[in-house]
Design a protein around this ligand. Structure first.
Ligand code: CO8
Length: 370
């Protein structure tokens, strides 16, 4: 049975970055004009005044300092507050596929393997640009790959679910190599007028080549495990049936909504227990891990999970944080962390890629440098 390895990773970083202060200035300008426009209703108590956001709160509550986005102007215009990404004609590559292809080309360049070995492309992300044809098939075509391709969405855990699927394809002999891409335009489904969540997400794309060749420098996949447990605490009700609903799409739940506190309290123990039991089941001492590449949603969550897994306070170089400059990039977060912080590993050293998010969903992938 071929042993699946992570052979290469790639990253595409969008051209614009928005600091907390820039985001807060735009939000607060929107709040000021809303409160002026609704002054009479606010005075008679029929409308509640909106509260301003704060850059200090954002950094303290989440660890986020800035985020990359595909369009900055629309997001920061208090009259618009969403990215402006013009629709492209069908004979041009779609923007989500273009980001994925850029990340894939980075990964393929680092891999140096034979592209004709890639028999499957998986596009694993939180939101696809369209239902069909699959984004993965467009990426496959743009890269001149053969075989088959399909999309999968497990919100923030899409990449680890994609990695397990790829590893299983390799182990079962379905193909010699798999390309998994994670293009995320989170700014497109974030409500920039919602004080509780306007700061949480950023845009990015990552790519991973999983192969069956144990070449030096690759990462042996020691074990993969997935878990889901239904929860309404992170939800987005946008979908094709919105236009069939007689009440229309008036409610703000057609964008990302969450009960952030509940998510925090419920997901930290779920993920910590999952990591510890998976490590135990494959005979691995979690304290021996050189590095954790965790999902990047909130620095305080990662610190708590890190403490539970390593049994002590992790050092900064053991528990990689990239959310300070990327924010939450959904499925891509743990892959960015892995991609940017792994070149100091010696053969035999081990680490953990782990995701968690809406569903709830979680995935663990233990790896060892070859
Ligand atoms: N500025 C100033 N004050 C604020 C702001 C703000 N922007 N927002 C809230 N406050 C205030 C509140 O009003 C509250 O005030 P008071 O105490 O007077 O009531 C106070 O600050 C504290 O508010 P919270 O309790 O909400 O703050 P927390 O400390 O809990 O921090 C977080 C909020 C950062 C959201 C935190 O709860 C968190 O990170 N939770 C976990 C979130 C998480 O991991 N979610 C996963 C979602 S990702 C996922 O699964 C992918 C989905 C698909 C992608 C979607 C792409 C768009």
């Amino acid at each position: 049975m071929p042993q699946p390895v992570i052979a290469a990773t790639g990253l595409y970083v969008p051209p614009h970055s928005i600091s907390n202060q820039e985001l807060v200035d735009a939000f607060n300008a929107f709040v000021a004009s809303f409160n002026i426009e609704n002054a009479a209703a606010i005075a008679d108590g029929t409308v509640a005044p909106l509260q301003p956001s704060s850059a200090e709160f954002i950094e303290k509550a989440s660890g986020i300092k800035s985020r990359h986005v595909m369009d900055k102007t629309g997001i920061l215009d208090p009259a618009v507050m969403r990215p402006i990404l013009p629709e492209r004609p069908n004979d041009e590559i779609s923007v989500l596929a273009e980001m994925a292809v850029a990340a894939a080309n980075d990964a393929l360049g680092r891999w140096g393997g034979d592209k004709s070995d890639i028999g499957a492309v998986i596009c694993a992300a939180s939101n696809m640009q369209r239902p069909y044809p699959a984004m993965a098939v467009e990426v496959q075509d743009a890269l001149g790959l053969s075989g088959f391709a399909f999309d999968m969405n497990v919100a923030c855990s899409s990449a680890t679910f994609g990695l397990k699927t790829a590893a299983d394809f390799i182990a079962s002999g379905s193909t010699k190599a798999v390309l998994m891409v994670n293009p995320e335009i989170c700014s497109g489904h974030l409500n920039f007028r919602d004080r509780d969540s306007h700061f949480i997400f950023g845009d990015v794309a990552t790519a991973v080549v999983v192969s069956g060749s144990e070449t030096a420098g690759a990462w042996r996949i020691l074990g993969t495990r997935l878990k889901t447990q239904f929860s309404n605490n992170i939800r987005n009700n946008f979908g094709f049936l919105n236009r069939a609903a007689p009440e229309g799409i008036g409610k703000p739940d057609k964008l990302f909504v969450q009960e952030g506190r509940k998510v925090f309290k419920e997901v930290v123990p779920m993920v910590s227990d999952m990591i510890l039991s998976h490590a135990r089941d494959i005979g691995l001492d979690p304290r021996s891990l050189k590095r954790l590449w965790l999902h990047q949603a909130n620095i305080n969550m990662n610190e708590m999970i890190g403490r539970k897994v390593l049994g002590r306070e992790p050092r900064a170089d053991e528990n990689v944080i990239i959310l300070d400059t990327f924010a939450n990039t959904s499925s891509a977060g743990s892959i960015i962390a892995f991609h940017t912080a792994n070149n100091d590993f010696a053969a035999g050293e081990r680490g953990l890629i782990c995701s968690f998010g809406a569903g709830y969903s979680a995935g663990t992938v233990f790896v060892e440098k070859i």
